[in-house]
Design a binder for this molecule. Structure first.
Ligand SMILES: NC(=O)c1ccc[n+]([C@@H]2O[C@H](COP(=O)([O-])OP(=O)(O)OC[C@H]3O[C@@H](n4cnc5c(N)ncnc54)[C@H](O)[C@@H]3O)[C@@H](O)[C@H]2O)c1
Length: 438
């Protein structure tokens, strides 16, 4: 394929070398003439393992050319990969200057092109940039339409500096955000041979998932480092501890707990986080990330409270009260906290939870609920239909097939639903359903 690559930094230079190695005809474009000279003479503009030898061999192959002329590069290629830098501005926002200027130049080039062209943004871009910012610029300057005359895609890059050729050849996966199958097919022709999944998604999801990946990496590093600081202060071997933590591939290094939902609660996580923060305080250890988890959890609870209050409904039904499906444990249940706050605001509540049998609540569980919902006996009902019938808004905090069947059966069009569990029967429910943040 004939490929043009814009921006020959780490991402662009490695892509240029690997794509030309794989037999493609590659045109490298950069505003920095010194990088172009290096590439032209078979040298590498970035220090990366394997790049010196690879650049020598691809330069000798005759499949690499360089230019500063955007228009020429677009006209002489069928697909463009945009790899320009997107650094931080002084206020922390993304400095999109380079990609904005390039979009204009690209639009002008596309105006002169008669054949179809695919533009793939590989620079990390804040979600919405391709469709809301770059597309209008390119359409304006080309006088043409995305999805008709050309195709814009977003394909996040996952290579790591230091091992970028190896990462190029063995990425965790290829994710392509494309609005048109034709564009995705072009990218499959370039990257489909790689030994990983090739996943097609929307442009926005692809933009967002790149941020999620990097944020998750930063979070993991910080988790290990905060753990190490506390371990150090306690005389515990942090390497041994983290190695043990990583050996649990069921709950720790797994998909567990990585699905959006309602706030966490229960008898373990909140109290153990509190104890960890307190312990750190007593040893003069700073754990900013671990210490702010409960505040983030509280913000999630607040979001649910705000949504119920914003509805203006005065009679609210709760489906579920315990801290998660399948238990009667009410200790630090976010649903109990939500109920407590709503009662404080004068909302009339009715609750259905098939797991919670008041007469059987014992010990700490009973003490907790007596303290937070002293009149729980007047709220809880044995019949889901009566809770729904007496409510204007139903908060669904419990999942399960039987619950969904009952919701489909009993909810009316004038009901409102706040869905905290991502109901699978949402489309069959007659009421107006809103998710917590989905
Ligand atoms: N470095 C990484 O490991 C890595 C990994 C994944 C994703 N990314 C993302 O990829 C993008 C590029 O990162 P990088 O580290 O390769 O950047 P870089 O700063 O090393 O290189 C960017 C290049 O773009 C060039 N450029 C600027 N404006 C241009 C224009 N109008 N036309 C042509 N070239 C132009 C610059 O001269 C420079 O050579 C960023 O958005 C980054 O967040 C980087």
């Amino acid at each position: 394929m004939k490929v043009s690559i814009f921006g020959l930094g780490y991402v662009g230079a490695v892509s240029l070398a690997c794509l030309s190695r794989d037999g493609h005809q590659v045109i490298g474009v950069d505003i920095d003439a010194s990088k172009l000279e290096l590439i032209q003479s078979g040298r590498t503009p970035v220090v990366e393992e394997g790049m010196v030898e690879l650049m020598q061999s691809v330069a000798a192959s005759g499949r690499v050319s360089v230019t500063t002329d955007t228009e020429r590069a677009v006209l002489d290629s069928e697909i463009s990969l945009v790899c320009v830098g997107t650094p931080s501005a002084a206020n922390g926002s993304q400095d999109q200057g380079a990609v904005l200027r390039l979009a204009e130049a690209m639009g002008r080039a596309l105006a002169r092109k008669t054949e179809p062209h695919v533009v793939v943004f590989r620079s990390t871009l804040v979600p919405g940039t391709v469709e809301d910012v770059l597309r209008p610029i390119i359409e304006k300057h080309s006088g043409k339409k995305d999805g008709v005359d050309f195709h814009l895609c977003f394909q996040p890059e996952f290579l790591r500096e230091g091992s970028s050729i190896r990462d190029y050849d063995k990425p965790p996966f290829t994710v392509v955000g494309a609005n048109h199958p034709q564009a995705a097919e072009r990218l499959r022709a370039l990257f489909g041979h790689l030994p990983c999944k090739f996943i097609e998604t929307s442009v926005r999801s692809a933009e967002m998932m790149k941020y999620c990946c990097n944020n998750f990496h930063a979070l993991k590093i910080t988790f290990a480092n905060e753990t190490a600081r506390l371990c150090g202060a306690l005389g515990v071997d942090a390497f041994e501890v983290m190695d043990l933590v990583c050996q649990d591939t069921q709950l720790n290094i797994s998909r567990a707990y990585l699905k959006p939902g309602f706030a966490f609660g229960g008898s373990c996580l909140p109290k153990d986080l509190r104890a960890t923060s307190y312990l750190a305080k007593t040893r003069d250890v700073e754990l900013p990330m671990l210490s702010s988890i409960l505040a983030s959890n509280q913000a999630h609870l607040q979001q649910a409270l705000d949504k119920v209050l914003a509805s203006g409904c005065k009679r609210v039904g709760f489906i579920g009260l315990s801290f998660k499906t399948g238990t009667d444990d009410l200790r630090e249940s976010p649903l109990v906290m939500l109920a407590e706050q709503l009662i404080g605001k004068g909302i009339q509540l009715a609750v259905y939870d098939p797991e919670v049998h008041l007469a059987q609540l014992l010990g700490a569980n009973k003490r907790y609920v007596d303290q937070h919902l002293p009149h729980i006996g007047q709220l809880v009902r044995a019949d889901i239909a009566s809770v729904i019938a007496d409510s204007e808004l139903v908060v669904v905090g419990l999942s399960g097939a039987a619950i969904e069947v009952a919701l489909v059966q009993h909810l009316r069009p004038d009901h409102q639903v706040l869905d905290l569990v991502r109901l699978s029967a949402r489309d069959q429910i007659a009421a107006k359903v809103q998710g917590l943040c989905w």
